[in-house]
Every structure is written in structure tokens, then in C-alpha cells.
Design a protein around this ligand. Structure first.
Ligand SMILES: Cc1cc2nc3c(=O)[nH]c(=O)nc-3n(C[C@H](O)[C@H](O)[C@H](O)COP(=O)(O)OP(=O)(O)OC[C@H]3O[C@@H](n4cnc5c(N)ncnc54)[C@H](O)[C@@H]3O)c2cc1C
Length: 286
């Protein structure tokens, strides 16, 4: 039996709202290819402070017009309760049943909490539950290598537990390449009585410079040997991608064999890398 079949596991894809009409056309083509695999849902990111609000709406509306299960992200920092309430009402009208609830990061120069009613994601989760009851399934973010701003791992876990206690139903992790970081994190969560599914976020490796920049910013470690190999390929993108695929495929296999409750692929609006992983993992098409 394949990893997905009969397993009750959740396999999903993440998109970002494109800035141009051309980007939107590429997104649509990627979604059509990936949706044929039968994922549980597509999620769509949202810029903190509402910076992508209209583009996120446009992407979500298109996905819903195709009858696709959609989970909009909602980042609360820098927003008022009334703004968030209006966005949730808009999503309910579109029969959306799942939200990825986040704090978000304001652009540098604007302090956390600037001109907004929310400081942390647990406050957003609580707001959604109080205002909307069980209308939405709520996913939150988790950090197997710990959030870069956390005072220490124990405090970060306590803060993660606050989101669960406020009503989160599941979590999606920041991407990582150290499988032990994930299983160690899940074990610590279980010790604290946190029982929600914690789905690994999977970032395919297709471009070294971009990955290194993202990873430095979000606190995800690229193991030294992987970094050195990626650097060594220079402009040889075919070899870099082949190696990157093997690294991430092995990671996904270890995660599923070790009991991870699914995978959430950061697609970067490209179908190819996630599609190949899906196929090589033996996950069935719809
Ligand atoms: C799956 C996933 C999807 C994402 N999607 C987006 C997106 O669409 N848009 C976007 O802008 N960003 C997105 N991000 C990035 C995310 O917004 C940043 O990592 C942000 O810095 C933290 O968001 P959070 O929801 O995890 O915050 P929180 O859970 O609020 O945690 C942020 C930091 O504050 C600490 N903390 C939390 N609660 C408290 C508290 N009550 N008291 C004191 N300290 C506390 C935590 O330990 C942590 O260090 C995503 C991240 C992930 C993993």
C-alpha cells in the first residue's frame, strides 16, 4: 500500500499570490497539474499588514471557482480586529473551511504590534474561535528548529502550546532538512500534551542562492554537507536539482516511515519539483 492510501494522512500544496498577470497564468498551470494528484487542499500565503490582501483574494477566488479546497493564510500583525473579521466573513461566503493562522512579519522598521490589535498568532486563533466558533479548521505554524526570535526552545514550545490551547486543530512546520529536528520536536510536543497533527513543510531544492537567503531569514538550517554540495554545482542547475531532489526525497521517505501525518509542499508556484517528489514517493494520483 502506498504512503497516502488508507493512511488518513494529509498532503497539501502551498502557493503565493502572483504579482503579475503572467505569474497568475503560471500559477494556474501549476495548480491544474498538481490538483490532478488529489491533494487535500491548496494554501495561499498572505502578506502581514494586508500587503497582498487583494492578490491573495484573487488567487483564492480563482481556486474556489475551480472547486478546489483552499486554505487562505491570514497574518494578523499590524491588522485591526475589524479588518480580520471582514476577511473571515469574505472567506465564509466562499465556503472556505480552513485557515492558516499566523502572526506574520512586518517589514523592517515597523515594530511588532505596530498599529494593530494582535501581537502573536495565539491571539488570532482565539479571535477566530470566539468570533466564528468552529466555522474554520485552523492550522498554525510550528518550528522544529525553533523560531528565530524565540528566547529559547522551551519558551517557543510554550508559545506553540498557547496556539493549540486557543483552538488550533493542526500545525504545518517551517521547512527543515534535519529529520531528527522534526521527530525531536514532535516528541517534546507530545510530552507537553500537545496532540494535534504536526505536518512537515517540505521545501524542494531548486536554487541554491534563493534557498540560502530564505533559510538565513527564517532560521532553517541547511546541513553543511548539503550546502557544500549545492555550492559546488555552481551554474550546473541540472545536477543541482537532481541532487536537491534526492535529498528532499530521502527526507520525505524518512518522515513518512517515521509516522509523519502528511506533507505540505512549498511549491513556489511551480509544479515540477513537487510533482516529482509526489511520484517518486509513490503517492497515488486522484
Ligand atoms: C507554514 C507557515 C506558513 C507561513 N505563511 C506565512 C504567510 O502567509 N504570511 C506571512 O507573513 N508569514 C508566513 N509565515 C511566516 C511567519 O509569519 C513567521 O515565521 C513569523 O515570524 C511568526 O509567525 P507565527 O504565526 O509562527 O508567530 P507566533 O506563533 O506568534 O510566534 C512568533 C514568535 O513569538 C513568540 N511568541 C508567540 N506567542 C507569544 C506570546 N503569547 N508571548 C510571548 N512570545 C510569544 C514565539 O515563541 C515566536 O518566537 C509562515 C510560516 C510557516 C511555518
Amino acid at each position: 500500500m502506498s504512503a497516502k492510501e488508507g493512511s488518513g494522512r494529509s498532503f497539501s500544496f502551498e502557493l503565493f499570490p502572483p504579482k503579475t498577470a503572467e505569474g497568475m497564468e503560471k500559477l494556474k498551470a501549476a495548480v491544474i497539474a498538481l490538483n490532478a494528484l488529489g491533494p487535500e487542499y491548496f494554501s495561499v500565503t498572505y502578506g502581514a499588514g494586508g500587503s497582498t490582501r487583494e492578490r491573495t483574494f484573487e488567487t483564492v477566488t480563482w481556486l474556489r471557482s475551480q472547486g478546489i479546497e483552499t486554505a487562505p493564510h491570514l497574518a494578523c500583525v499590524g491588522s485591526r480586529r475589524t479588518d480580520i473579521g471582514q476577511i473571515l466573513a469574505h472567506y465564509r461566503e466562499q465556503s472556505i473551511r480552513r485557515i492558516v493562522a499566523l502572526r506574520g512579519d512586518l517589514p523592517s522598521g515597523m515594530g511588532v504590534g505596530a498599529a494593530g490589535d494582535f501581537r502573536y498568532a495565539n491571539e488570532l486563533v482565539e479571535f477566530i474561535r470566539v468570533e466564528q466558533g468552529d466555522a474554520f479548521r485552523i492550522e498554525v505554524a510550528a518550528y522544529p528548529e525553533y523560531h528565530p526570535q524565540a528566547a529559547n526552545p522551551a519558551r517557543d514550545l510554550e508559545n506553540f502550546r498557547r496556539k493549540v490551547q486557543a483552538g488550533a486543530d493542526g500545525a504545518i512546520t517551517q521547512y527543515f532538512y534535519n529529520v531528527d529536528a522534526y521527530f525531536g520536536f514532535v516528541d517534546r510536543c507530545r510530552d507537553l500534551g500537545i496532540q494535534i497533527p504536526i505536518i512537515p513543510g517540505i521545501m524542494p531544492i531548486t536554487n541554491y542562492t534563493q534557498l540560502a537567503r530564505f533559510s538565513d531569514a527564517c532560521g532553517a538550517e541547511i546541513p553543511r554537507w548539503v550546502r557544500r554540495r549545492l555550492q559546488g554545482y555552481g551554474d550546473d542547475l541540472d545536477s543541482l536539482r537532481a541532487f536537491g531532489h534526492e535529498v528532499v526525497l530521502r527526507l520525505c521517505r524518512h518522515l513518512l516511515e517515521g509516522g509523519a501525518p502528511g506533507l505540505h509542499f512549498y511549491t513556489m508556484n511551480q509544479s515540477g519539483p513537487s510533482l516529482r517528489l509526489w511520484q517518486d514517493l509513490g503517492l497515488p494520483g486522484d
